[in-house]
Design a protein around this ligand. Structure first.
Ligand SMILES: [Zn+2]
Length: 493
């Protein structure tokens, strides 16, 4: 018997706005699709949070014994700068600016994406398909939507007819928008567009002469619209109707709304039973944004080389910090928050390491089975990782009490306690057992901070010979100090 037969999951379905009992379409099997990154720049930390939430969900479902087919795509074409089908393709633009091939851009940032995810101990998805690898499927899908009367061709481009669709279906049901409001809130495009209505979206775009990423199609040499790839790939690998579709909150509209419309227009039914959305990550109480400079890359956060954080943080500390909030809450990344998580994380690891040294007794004075079920209950309640962590700290308390001799466990209960810790800390939360002293970057960062302080003191004392000596000798061993208006940071060359 599999664990899932005794553990009933309730999850928050964005489509209905309610927590619902999770029931897979095929017993014991789950199909899950999560929208992956557009690989035109280094992966955004907010995206890392989204993918980490689904990594934890994937891990828990697997732990329960489900056979999960987890599909997370790579968008390597068709994502324009502007969601309203205008602007340049993001990858083409980067290629033009750097004077390299678009596929070099794709390769570089796909590698970066995988490196970052490996650093954070992600499990790979079952399938990681690319948009450019599924052009034929996308063209076939467009043909079906045209045949069904929900799309039209103008000047070599094909658009989805949102108004026609809305006559028989409900456009906006996921994001709770009404077409009338959308019409009211959209600026007219002064006839610049071929679309019948501004709400229509591109399924196929004819490529301008300078557009390098192009494929032949019945309508023009061009490229598929961004929303289309996810419908084509989810249908191909998970079927016309599957269990879970996830992504970041910002994808709900228009991306996921358009996916639903495409599926309903193509096959006449809604593709997904449960829509799940991970919330946003903020930095110091404000939206992360490249334009305002309020942003930090995963690399910069891990190395400590940034102006926002006092030190480098281990990947598991960041993972722990993220798991301390529900995936549905806005999470504010702050130095104080990370410092507190770091303390908690190492306290948990200390207890984990102490656990192996505990001796069994004749009888148990603690109720370990109740604790175990509480851990499952937390995860069964819409993957409530902060509550799970609270229960793990109850286990930490037990471990310390047993170690001090104030409580006891039989060998059998001690084995259950070990199983709880191993299952939830490592298998489900995906943390890695590192102790504070293992972390080389942590030590290095601490040592350089000491030198930065000494250099500041030297400068304050007008001992510029010493301050320059510290800077130059660090540079000789490959550590470059950078003085900025928010203090001195360093990079390791
Ligand atoms: Zn998608």
């Amino acid at each position: 018997m599999q664990l899932y037969e005794n553990q009933q999951i309730k999850l928050y379905n964005s489509l209905t706005g309610k927590k619902e009992i999770f029931k897979p379409i095929n017993k014991g099997h789950i199909g899950m699709y999560v929208c992956g990154p557009t690989v035109y720049s280094n992966v955004h930390l907010g995206n890392v949070r989204t993918f980490m939430s689904f990594d934890m969900i994937f891990r828990y479902l697997k732990h329960l014994g489900y056979k999960v087919r987890y599909v997370r795509n790579i968008t390597d074409a068709g994502h324009l700068e502007n969601d309203a089908d205008a602007g340049e393709d993001k990858i083409t633009k980067k290629a033009r600016l750097e004077q390299i091939e678009p596929m070099e851009v794709v390769q570089r940032y796909t590698v970066d994406f995988h490196n970052i995810l490996n650093t954070f101990n992600f499990l790979p998805p079952s399938i990681e398909p690319t948009a450019t690898g599924h052009i034929i499927e996308q063209i076939e899908l467009i043909k079906t939507i045209i045949d069904n009367g929900y799309a039209y061709e103008v000047n070599g481009s094909v658009y989805f007819d949102v108004h026609k669709f809305n006559e028989t279906n409900e456009y906006g049901k996921l994001s709770k928008r009404k077409l009338e409001d959308l019409i009211h809130n959209t600026r007219t495009l002064d006839g610049q567009s071929d679309k019948k209505n501004p709400q229509d979206f591109a399924l196929w775009k004819k490529a301008e002469p300078q557009h390098i990423m192009r494929w032949p199609s019945p309508w023009s040499d061009g490229f598929p619209g961004w929303h289309l790839e996810c419908t084509a790939m989810s249908t191909k690998y998970l079927g016309e109707h599957f269990d879970i579709h996830g992504g970041g909150m910002d994808l709900k509209f228009p991306h996921h709304e358009c996916e639903i419309a495409q599926n309903e227009a193509a096959v006449g039914k809604s593709p997904v039973n449960y829509w799940m959305h991970a919330n946003m990550l903020e930095l110091n109480g404000q939206r992360m944004s490249k334009t305002t400079g309020n942003t930090v890359n995963p690399d910069e956060l891990l190395s400590g080389n940034n102006k926002f954080f006092s030190k480098a943080y281990a990947p598991s500390v960041i993972r722990f910090f993220i798991a301390q909030s529900s995936y549905r809450s806005v999470l504010d990344l702050t130095d104080d928050g990370l410092l507190a998580s770091e303390k908690g994380f190492y306290r948990l690891m200390d207890a984990v390491n102490l656990l192996n040294q505990l001796k069994a007794s004749e009888k148990s004075t603690l109720d370990i089975n109740t604790l175990k079920q509480k851990c499952y209950d937390a995860m069964n309640d819409d993957f409530n990782s902060p509550i799970l962590i609270a229960h793990l700290f109850e286990a930490v308390k037990y471990i310390n009490q047993i170690n001090e001799g104030s409580e006891t466990l039989t060998a059998e209960d001690l084995a259950i306690l070990k199983e709880i810790i191993n299952t939830f800390t490592f298998d489900v939360l995906g943390l890695e057992n590192v102790t504070k002293n293992d972390s080389g970057t942590d030590k290095l960062s601490g040592a350089v901070d000491v030198l930065i302080k000494l250099r500041q003191e030297a400068r304050a004392n007008k001992d510029f010979a010493l301050s320059d000596k510290i800077r130059d000798e660090l540079l000789e061993v490959g550590i470059q100090l950078k003085d900025g208006k928010d203090g001195t940071t360093f990079s390791v060359n």
